[in-house]
Design a protein around this ligand. Structure first.
Ligand code: PLP
Length: 405
């Protein structure tokens, strides 16, 4: 009989490509030998004896205890994503925001200092600007693309650096390798929200990050069905910083969601490659439209950090942003008019979906920011974010052409 790839170590080896890992990693077959991954919808597990239960709670036996701690279906998702990311450990969470919050709170205490990029998804900004300071955490924001600002902010001791690259929705990039070097000197752990780049196109751990977080709700599901999140890091860091917090506060992923997301990973690269190619084609086309004031897409030569994008990312992602020209009634009115004329692309604040989705960040996802904070990160009233889906690119172009006319 030929060699079978069975153990996690074999599956995670560099011998196999990402595409193969997305199909094969993490499988734990039950005694029924099913082809497709089993869904273990169970909150608890039984012990063969009181002694076994005692030994388990004493830490003498490794086994499933309770689904808040771990579950076989959730483990399959975690192992598959860890293999793709090249991480020792993956912890699945109930949503992207629970991953972001847990990744921060596990490393912080009263008196800690965080340095973060200013251009962040709205809820991430609220955690950093409003919630953490309530518990005595000091947070300093810097303009992500400004290398000197990072140098200055990290010249004094710091506990955590948090950044998002590309950022939501203005697609600003941050030089992850440079910031990771500074974070190490400052004594900080670097946490990267890698949602926009996806685990396929940017590998923050290889660039020096300590922790990577995802909203699995976005590209990993990619079909608008379930919420989920993930934290990826080294095994030791997980056990020290995150495991106690997660076990006792319960931001765990449901096994049903984990099953959906495990199956979604099988098609991740096919979907995201096609969506990114379409995003690139639409960015090229949008830039030539007279009613478009500006286009932001890291893969486009007009992006101010295009050179960094080429260095740090394999491809440039499924999301682009553009500002509609103000025709006299204000940028918001121009953007709303265009969005309301779309016949195919849906108005929705989600992204990474197989359906193309458009949103007006100033009035939705980034509404919680003051106007000043929005303008500081380039969210003007005419800006729309377009998450490119899997429809034929010609149909998307026609829809935008009609709406912009
Ligand atoms: C960059 C980024 N991080 C985190 C999140 C939060 O994810 P979730 O909605 O799954 O909680 C989002 C959601 O839009 C996001 O865009």
């Amino acid at each position: 009989m030929g060699k079978r790839y069975t153990t996690d170590t074999q599956m995670n080896s560099k011998e196999l490509s990402s595409q193969t890992k997305l199909i094969r990693s993490g499988i734990a077959r039950s005694s029924f030998d099913e082809t497709s991954e089993g869904m273990f919808l169970t909150s608890g597990f039984v012990y063969s004896s009181a002694e076994e239960a005692e030994a388990t709670f004493l830490g003498q036996r490794e086994r499933y205890i309770y689904s808040r701690y771990g579950n076989p279906t959730v483990s399959m998702f975690e192992k598959r994503l860890a293999a793709l990311e090249g991480a020792e450990h993956c912890q699945a969470t109930a949503s992207g925001m629970s991953a972001v919050y847990t990744s921060l709170i596990g490393l912080l205490q009263s008196g800690s200092r965080v340095v973060a990029s200013r251009a962040l998804f709205g809820s991430c900004f609220v955690i950093l600007s409003d919630l953490l300071p309530r518990f005595g955490v000091k947070v300093d924001f810097v303009d992500g693309p400004d290398i000197l600002a990072w140098d200055k902010a990290l010249s004094t001791p710091c506990d955590v650096v948090f950044l998002e690259s590309p950022s939501n929705p203005t697609l600003e990039l941050i030089d992850i390798a440079h910031v990771s070097g500074l974070a190490k000197q400052a004594g900080a752990k670097l946490v990267v929200d890698n949602v926009f780049a996806t685990p396929l196109y940017q590998k923050p751990l290889e660039l020096g990050a300590d922790v990577v977080v995802y909203s699995a709700t976005k590209h990993i599901d990619g079909q608008g069905r379930v919420l989920g999140g993930a934290i990826l890091c080294a095994e030791d860091l997980f056990r020290e910083a995150y495991q106690p917090y997660i076990r006792h506060t319960g931001p765990s992923m449901s096994p049903f969601n984990a099953w959906v997301l495990t199956k979604s990973l099988e098609t991740l690269s096919l979907r995201v490659d096609a969506q990114s190619d379409a995003a690139m084609a639409l960015a090229d086309w949008l830039e030539k439209q007279p009613s478009v004031a500006s286009v932001r897409y890291p893969g486009h030569a007009s992006h101010p950090q295009h050179a960094l994008a080429k260095r740090q990312m394999k491809k440039f992602g499924t999301v682009l942003a553009f500002s509609v020209k103000d025709t006299g009634e204000g940028g918001k009115a121009a953007a709303f008019k265009m969005m309301n004329k779309l016949q195919l692309i849906d108005i929705s604040n989600n992204l990474g979906d197989s359906k193309s989705l458009i949103t007006h960040p100033a009035t939705t996802t980034h509404r919680a920011l003051s106007e000043e904070a929005r303008l500081a990160v380039g969210i003007d009233a005419g800006l729309v974010r377009l998450s490119v889906g899997l429809e034929h690119v010609d149909d998307l172009r026609s829809d935008l052409e009609r709406a912009l006319s």
